[in-house]
Design a protein around this ligand. Structure first.
Ligand code: C5P
Length: 295
């Protein structure tokens, strides 16, 4: 059973104060883009993980896809005897929710393999137990996530948007970026605002206006990502100089997302950004695309 699952970029990531449970209340506008991982689930004598892709992905029980299989098995009362093979194309620790995507794909693949036939609501609930970004990887499209980011409402989008993503070498840890955000705020270097959905962003998405979308992009974690990885500032500026409609750190970074006017502009921008030598890999993609899908 093979499931294809997309990466995400955050169009708006507004971060409230830290909560008692250590998480932050968010307004998190997720947008699924056409960079995909694939997870294949096959019957096996025990739980096994194999990965086809870059180094740095855990293959033990800590892998979020393994935890997804174990959680679903416990929920339906079977042994988690499955071999999961992950083919990675989403950057690792890049702020594009690759690990969460693999967990969502593993849930769906094991649900099909074990003929569990859980309804969407039950799968979304299990997904939320695995991580704040996992439910969106099941849903796909474009959606507002409230709470930790797991309470989702789909957003109406006209047409599609064209993106270029630049990955640096070496990821950033999401907890470390949130901690840096808290530190900058405590030091008075960054304001704390109560998160609200941006009207400008919703209008840009509804009307399919890429220029307005570029102006509405906002990520409260960006100052923290730049504080931990100062070279990202120049990388974002390079995108603006080369004509991107908007340049933003994706989620907790360090991947930089650049919005283009069209597919042709995205292809040109991909070449120009590659030429700057600032990124290990530069890829174009479009969004929104559907969430995890059995193929
Ligand atoms: O939910 P998930 O395990 O993916 O979150 C990873 C980390 O990101 C958390 O341990 C926490 O440090 C941070 N986080 C947060 N507030 C959120 C979501 C994530 O502080 N709403």
């Amino acid at each position: 059973m093979t499931v294809r699952v997309p990466a995400k970029v955050n169009l708006q990531l507004s971060v409230g104060p830290v909560r008692d449970d250590g998480y932050h209340d968010l307004v998190n506008v997720f947008h699924a883009v056409s960079l995909f991982d694939e997870v294949t689930a096959e019957p096996a004598g025990d739980l096994r993980i194999s990965v086809d892709g870059p180094d740095g992905v855990p293959t033990g029980p800590d892998n979020l896809a393994a935890r997804a299989a174990t959680l679903l098995a416990r929920h339906i009362g079977v042994e988690p005897n499955v071999a999961l093979h992950i083919r990675k194309d989403i950057p690792v620790a890049g702020g594009m929710a690759g690990g969460s995507a693999d967990a969502a794909a593993a849930l769906l693949a094991c649900d099909a393999l074990w003929d569990a036939r859980l309804d969407r609501g039950a799968l979304l609930e299990l997904a939320a137990q695995l991580g704040s970004d996992v439910p969106f990887a099941l849903l796909g499209g474009t959606a507002v996530g409230l709470g930790r980011g797991e309470r989702l409402t789909a957003v109406e989008v006209t047409g599609e948007f064209h993106w270029v993503f630049g990955y640096a070498d070496g990821g950033l840890s999401t907890p470390a970026v949130y901690a840096e955000c808290d530190r900058l705020r405590a030091a008075g270097e960054e304001p704390i605002a109560w998160p609200l959905v941006s009207d400008d962003l919703m209008t840009a998405l509804k009307t399919g206006d890429a220029g307005a979308l570029g102006r509405a992009l906002r990520n409260d974690l960006q100052p923290a990502a730049l504080s931990l990885r100062p070279s990202l500032g120049d990388a974002l500026a390079a995108g603006c100089d080369l004509g991107a409609l908007g340049s933003i750190v994706s989620g907790s970074g360090p991947t930089c997302a650049f919005l283009a006017e069209s597919a042709g502009h995205a292809a040109d921008l991909t070449g120009a950004l590659t030429g700057t030598g600032r990124f290990a890999v530069v890829r174009s993609a479009h969004g929104p695309v559907p969430g995890a899908t059995v193929i």
